[in-house]
Ligand binder design. Structure first.
Ligand code: ZN
Length: 417
């Protein structure tokens, strides 16, 4: 008999996401690996049994001080994986909403020294303890909506020591929040104001910094904002090639505002993910599919940017590109809730509810190199569970912003009881 310290029973529908290839694509994108009338047993933070309740009960006994939770026909899904966040920042930009409503674009606001550069100024000034506190606060709210794993980018310091400082805060933020965080180096978020008119010099600085970041173990991925006015495809290729040689995984902010060659570059370099893709040409999809690059869609961002565009979820699934989801949490598009992202993934990006759930779990884990730890409920995997008060998992995106009743990360409850 296996001895469990947490036993969840009475699960009407358990979405294991445990069947099929990694990542999910095409017809498999919506396979939730459902088990009905199920139970999950956990020991030492790891799933030890997951399946039909009568089988789990036959195989498992509850330890003397173990917790038994019966959920009365609710559903359980893997804790959500938020594949794209700019979690570490100070200040806010609520004052820019009216400018956006009057038609100012992200680039317009940045060119006036606002937007991203306002956040850079606030983040550079902020004490480390303040940045940690704010990030932990945000993660607590993210966990309340079901998130147990998140990718976290640097990118709001835009100096060599400042970017290192941001990355160095991530382990402490992870410790205090109890969530799993995956760090990404985004020194190529923008050209810093000190390098105005000398973008080449900042690119050279990044090229010498990237091997040091990789060797220090501070980041697992290197990301770059490929867009006119930020980085064009040529410098982006040099930066990402250096990152790949140094052993970092590759991510791109690709084709958010214009078709700038980001998706093609991601495919050519075999990037782990290409993110946004709002303006990626249809002709780029086949290359992404061939390369196995995960399309990370951030469907709340076009909504909050008043851009009038929608993420091309349906088209990418049809083209055989694996699709994942993230919040893109930042002061521009301040969303912490993956359940709200799931609703946008369905009602704006036109994924089916099941496809959206796979995009927010198993495929998002693949997009950040966490597929061995997160995104599935199966024996041997971390016990990251989100329990929802609905009969069917596909009701989660349908019931816009529905909060879970409980969330566990590594078998520990991370939301209030
Ligand atoms: Zn982003």
């Amino acid at each position: 008999m296996i001895r469990a310290d947490l036993l969840v029973t009475g699960i009407g529908e358990l979405a294991t996401l445990a069947r099929g290839p990694l990542p999910r694509r095409g017809a498999a994108q919506g396979d939730l690996g459902l088990v009905f009338d199920a139970a999950v047993a956990v020991a030492g933070g790891v799933v030890v049994a997951a399946g039909p309740e009568r089988e789990v009960r036959r195989a498992v006994t509850l330890a003397a001080r173990g917790v038994h939770r019966s959920i009365d026909g609710g559903c359980v899904v893997p804790g959500f994986v938020d594949a794209h966040t700019h979690l570490l920042f100070a200040g806010d930009r609520h004052g820019e909403v009216e400018a956006k409503l009057r038609g100012a674009s992200y680039g317009d606001i940045a060119r006036r020294g606002g937007g991203l550069f306002a956040t850079v100024r606030a983040t550079r000034r902020a004490a480390a303890a303040e940045l940690v506190d704010r990030a932990v606060d945000r993660l607590r709210r993210m966990a309340l909506a079901g998130t147990t794993t998140a990718e976290v980018k640097s990118g709001y310091a835009l100096t060599v020591p400042g970017e290192r400082r941001l990355l160095d805060l991530i382990p402490e933020v992870a410790r205090q929040s109890g969530l799993r965080l995956v760090p990404t180096y985004l020194g190529a978020h923008a050209v810093p104001p000190e390098y105005d008119g000398r973008a080449d010099a900042w690119v050279r600085t990044l090229l010498s910094e990237i091997p040091r970041i990789a060797a220090s173990g501070r980041a697992r991925f290197c990301d770059i904002f490929v867009e006119p006015g930020f980085f064009s495809a040529g410098p982006a290729r040099r930066i990402l090639t250096a990152a790949r040689s140094a052993g970092l995984g590759l991510k791109l902010h690709a084709d958010e505002f214009s078709a700038s060659g980001g998706a093609e570059l991601a495919a050519r370099l075999g990037a782990r993910s290409a993110d946004h893709l709002l303006r990626a040409p249809r002709s780029s999809y086949a290359g992404l599919a061939r390369a196995g690059t995960v399309a990370v869609l951030l469907p709340v961002t076009p909504f909050a940017s008043l851009s009038g565009t929608a993420s091309p979820g349906r088209e990418l699934v049809r083209a055989g590109v694996p699709v994942a989801l993230g919040t893109d949490l930042s002061p521009n598009s301040w969303v912490e809730s993956m359940t709200i992202v799931l609703a946008h993934a369905v009602y704006a990006a036109r994924l089916s509810p099941a496809e959206a759930l796979a995009a927010a779990t198993v495929n998002a884990a693949c997009a950040i190199g966490a597929e061995g730890e997160a995104g599935q409920i199966r024996p041997g995997r971390s016990a990251d569970l989100a329990i929802f008060p609905v009969r069917h998992a596909v009701e989660i995106p349908y019931r816009i912003g529905l909060p879970p009743t409980a969330v566990y990360c590594r078998g520990r409850q991370v939301t209030p009881t």
